[in-house]
Design a protein around this ligand. Structure first.
Ligand code: ADE
Ligand code: ZN
Length: 326
């Protein structure tokens, strides 16, 4: 599968993508200039040189700083449009993307500005490239549950335009159970819910996301490998894991790609999918993530095809749309 046409031609779905994590250094500097926002790096090269992370938190510190250049609706449009151009190049047919309203509203950016810009780009991407989409509002887990409730109240006028709820940011010390009440409320509103769990945190956090948050997918979840009972549960139920290989090696969840466990999880019968997480920061979009599995884990065409089909199964598309994609 070297220099693979198979990967380029494989239709893909992306289910774990933070739109703020698609902010390429060049656009970050352009928006910083446009909006008069100061950045601590003198130029693109020194910013890129700072992408040398030793854990999730070291990345998050830079990621939140970078997001401060996003101010106007046009900024959120430009950000999302650039991502969709990558999707078109990589033959990504459907996306379910996260946005972090608290990263922006805390700086005084109106919720409507954030949502409006992202949504307008997604609509344009559907018309231009035929990429269907869902939008997932994520709570920042380093903040309190009360702040998540406040964000949900702020989102209330827009809930018909939001398709699900997620939970991201620093995992260690912020277990899923911290958000049990706000998640119960979201489920009562009829929103499907997902959560990051078992990225850096223990397998126990995956159980919590399942039992206390009643998630329909786990984001990352690779630490499930530490718990044989959890592995059996995930294989039996096919509760999906949205795995992000390049992210995991960049953030030292695995010390090298050759040690990544995604193909073992696949062969154990789990519904694992491949995603890019924060591609501007982790060295590649969807095709690069698939290519890394081929190059460094020896993934076969059959395995890559099954990973892509798993994403169809794991998506929130209707059965008719799923059939169209397979
Ligand atoms: N926010 C953006 N990317 C993230 C990740 N990989 N884990 C947790 N929070 C995030
Ligand atoms: Zn993520």
């Amino acid at each position: 599968l070297a220099a693979s046409n198979f990967i380029a031609d494989l239709p893909k779905l992306e289910l774990h993508l933070h739109i703020e994590g698609t902010l390429e250094p060049e656009l970050m500097f352009e928006l910083a200039g446009r909006n008069g926002v100061p950045l601590p790096w003198p130029d693109v090269a020194s910013l890129r040189a700072a992408y040398d992370f030793d854990c999730l938190q070291s990345f998050l510190d830079l990621y939140y700083r970078g997001a401060s250049v996003l101010v106007t609706e046009q900024d959120f449009f430009d950000l999302t449009w650039a991502y969709l151009e990558h999707c078109a190049t990589d033959k990504v047919r459907h996306v379910e993307i996260f946005f972090d309203p608290q990263t922006h509203t805390a700086r005084g950016i109106p919720f409507a500005t954030v949502l409006g810009g992202i949504e307008r780009a997604l609509q344009a991407g559907e018309e231009t490239f035929g990429i269907s989409w869902r939008l997932v509002m994520s709570f920042l887990r380093h903040l309190s549950e009360e702040e998540a409730f406040a964000t949900l109240r702020e989102a209330e006028p827009f809930l018909s335009r939001i398709h699900g709820i997620g939970l991201d940011s620093g995992e260690k010390g912020n277990p899923p159970g911290k958000f049990a009440r706000v998640y119960a409320h979201c489920r009562e509103l009829g929103l499907p819910v997902v959560a990051h769990a078992g990225e850096e945190g223990p397998a126990e956090y995956i159980w919590q996301a399942i039992r206390e948050l009643e998630v329909c997918r786990i984001d990352h979840g690779v630490r499930a490998a530490d718990d044989p009972e959890l592995l059996r549960y995930l294989a039996d139920t096919r509760l999906p894991l949205t795995v992000c290989p390049l992210s995991n090696t960049r953030l030292k969840v695995f010390d090298q790609m050759a040690h990544h466990n995604v193909l073992r999880l696949l062969e154990q019968g789990l519904c694992v999918t491949i995603n890019s997480d924060d591609p501007a920061y982790f060295g590649g979009y969807m095709n690069a993530n698939f290519q890394a599995l081929a190059d460094e884990l020896g993934a076969t065409a059959s395995q890559l095809g099954r990973l892509s089909l798993n994403a169809v199964e794991a998506s929130w598309l209707s059965l008719a749309d799923k059939a169209r994609l397979t």
